[in-house]
Design a protein around this ligand. Structure first.
Ligand code: ATP
Length: 202
């Protein structure tokens, strides 16, 4: 059976950057939950309907997901955010399982910002958490998404803190200097490969 490695980290920690390194260095298939979620919302009519029931018709404008409207509601209302994630999560989970069945690799990586918050970490065989200093994360996201500090902080407030994530993680990648990451992920890759061998023997 293919091992599922969950990869997570707070906003701006660099989890997509790290996930892409596993893909480019070791040809590990990566499932970027954020990208897949956007695709599902864009194409799945049943899912669209459920989102409209929760947030209102304005959640879609001319058939397109109104991310500005949705973000404005959910990042100020944790209960709505939780309800939205609860609607979306089963669709993503099913899509992931389907995707995984078509992969040919000792392990796959599922990268998700809300791996812990959604509970999907429970379906992973091991977990990598990416961390970076808070100030650095805020600056990276402000620069990347052209948003202000307040908006970044609002999003961070809805996520688990690093301490709790680390407690449940198999590996932690401290992502400060990009050039150091390759050595770190080589070590993690070797350890996961050992796990896949043990897994095959049992
Ligand atoms: P999000 O949760 O918002 O999707 P993320 O954790 O996936 O974020 P990335 O998108 O990988 O984070 O990285 C955030 C930004 O920081 C990107 O613009 C990326 O190029 C940059 N970045 C990532 N790692 C580093 C690093 N070690 N040093 C400097 N910049 C970095």
């Amino acid at each position: 059976m293919i091992i599922t490695v969950g990869l997570t980290g707070g906003i701006g920690s660099g989890k997509t950057t790290i996930a892409r390194l596993f893909a480019s260095e070791f040809a590990i298939p990566i499932y970027i939950a954020d990208v897949k979620t956007k695709e599902l919302i864009a194409h799945n009519v049943a899912l669209q309907q459920r989102i409209k029931e929760l947030l209102g018709q304005q959640a879609f404008v001319e058939g397109k997901y109104n991310t500005a409207f949705v973000a404005q509601i959910v990042f100020s209302d944790p209960a709505k955010l939780q309800a939205l994630n609860a609607i979306i999560h089963p669709y993503v989970q099913e899509d992931f399982e389907q995707w995984k069945r078509s992969q040919h690799s000792p392990y796959v990586i599922k990268e998700s910002a809300i791996l812990f918050e959604s509970g999907s970490y429970k379906d992973c065989d091991c977990i990598i958490t990416v961390t970076a200093p808070l100030e650095e994360r805020i600056n990276r996201v402000m620069l990347r998404d052209k948003i202000d500090r307040e908006t970044v902080l609002k999003r961070i407030k809805n996520q688990w803190n690093d301490e709790n994530k680390i407690k449940l993680s198999t590996f932690v990648v401290d992502n400060r200097e990009l050039f150091r990451n390759l050595d770190k992920i080589k070590t993690i890759h070797s350890k996961i490969m050992e796990m896949t061998i043990e897994n095959a023997e049992n």
